[in-house]
Design a protein around this ligand. Sequence first.
Ligand SMILES: C[S@@+](CC[C@H](N)C(=O)[O-])C[C@H]1O[C@@H](n2cnc3c(N)ncnc32)[C@H](O)[C@@H]1O
Length: 599
Amino acid sequence: MQKGRNFIKAIHRSFFTPISQMDHSTRYRYGPTLKWNPMVEEYFIKAYGADHFSRISAALTRPSCYSCIHVNTLKSTSDAVIEKLLEIFKERGMPDVVVQESATTWKPDNCCKTTLESIGSAESSKTINSISKCQFPGLDYVVFVKGSGPHAIHYGYNEGKPLKEVIVSRKCAEAVLRGAQVYVPGVLACSAHVERGDAVAVSVAVEQSGPNGGWGIAMTRGTVLQGSQADPYYFERDGFYIGQGTAMMSRAGIFRASEGIAVDMKDRVFRLPSFYDLLEGEIFLQNLPSIITAHALDPQPGERILDMCAAPGGKITAIAILMKDKGEVVAVDRSHNKVLGIQKLAAELDLSCITTYKLDALKSVCCGAESDNLPNTWCSEDVQNMQKSDLSFAAIDVFDEKLLSQKNIDDLQAKDGQYTSKAELRKRIRKLKNGPGRNHTAGGRVEKSQGFSPNSFDRVLLDAPCSALGLRPRLFAGEETIDSLKNHAKYQRRMFDQAVLLVLPGGVIVYSTCTINPGENEALVRYALDTYEFLSLASQHPKIGGPDLTGSCQLPNGFVEDRWRTPGEENLVQRFDPSSDHDTIGFFIAKFSVGHKNI
Ligand SMILES: C[S@@+](CC[C@H](N)C(=O)[O-])C[C@H]1O[C@@H](n2cnc3c(N)ncnc32)[C@H](O)[C@@H]1O
């Protein structure tokens, strides 16, 4: 840790510019550059071309400029929802929200500036939000609410009078950019003498590369900011200001409390209305590509459907709604608490056709009598070993080390009044985060599944755990290495093998990810078609995403070699490009028709 701090200080010194020579007006702005692992960056530049990749990289740092609302058609209609939302916006002091003719999506140009230059110079303007029904065929139950940004914010900097500031963690900042408030655990540093009610500028500390090639944040929670160049990450935070808010606690209070809102955000770089707790059961927020994934599966009422990685449950509930709640929809996830989350969402939406199980998707085929004649690989040691070593694979699943902060440890030690091992503390902190645990959950029970018989589902969705490099907004992307990307791909192929066994001949498999990594997308499709000759790519409706990448990619050092689609097949998949006009997250959908199985 000390080494890292010295390294950061060295960087500070080497870039030191006397304060009088700095142009502070450009410092307090939002114009981040995404950091990648250099090898991964080189791979993506090869795959996309330098210009295209730099557009993708810039788009990832911004949220989509609209919120996408899925209306539960079993309970309501888009028209009714639009009317209710207008009423709610009026009550919230936004009487000028207008209803627009149906929209496809909003081009970023119309609401969010696309280039870093324009981000830096964007003028703050009054937000006129609009609301409209989606125009894509079959998606009239989707409602878009337009937001705006990036806005230049006047933080009130005066020469010689430092701003009161708060530095938040990256995860916290990404949530704030999506419309959240700043909560106490997200605050890393705060100016001296901040009192409740003070206006504070909010910036983010993003991981920096350390001397040993890793990434880290060399800052202790509770750091005092002086508003000078000696402050931690002073130079690195240039262009990483996400808005201004009112401190809801004093500086001391923020670092003493364990929960609550620390800063009530009043002026945000991106203004997107919050839908928290709104019209529960009638609507839920869902990315457009996720909605389209459910359509691509084309589930029919009465069928038996499996979602192998179902939590938090967005796609499986969308599927159940498309099936009019008729049929058998099986939702599995390996996480007990996440399965409870699916149950909660299904109950909220009043869906009764969904059955949930805790199950490791790598073991989803039951290896009983029925499957005795399967090739060894399906239940082999290989698969079991992968499960043991896969903890680091599920990027969006990672345990939040932040919770193991010294303060949390101190609090728990103080409560106990005795020494407790770090492992025990970890367990308890996880409980604090995840709730009381499997045997003490309020209400729902989670059943464990032993797996399912081969050829027992009409359709299977594999919305695979992935590197999540398409999720927006994202302020750092350096954690993924070429090796970790390869591991994701291995894991996904093993899961796909299980999907192939479970689906009936004549059935459908839909594979999707929220990453821009072709090694987890196009390369999986190549693997599937090369391994199983009875699979073929099927066309998808509606088709909104672009074509996939064709050809192959090999780095000069031979590290990555991916074979992708062959020309002619590329239009059968949907690749959602975050830098495209649709302004969605980065996403990939492939749909396979299953012919007569010869395994
Ligand atoms: C991309 S998310 C799925 C999102 C979900 N389909 C939705 O639309 O709400 C991936 C999920 O896979 C789960 N997962 C990861 N590894 C798994 C495994 N081996 N078996 C089952 N689920 C797994 C994670 O817990 C995570 O919830």
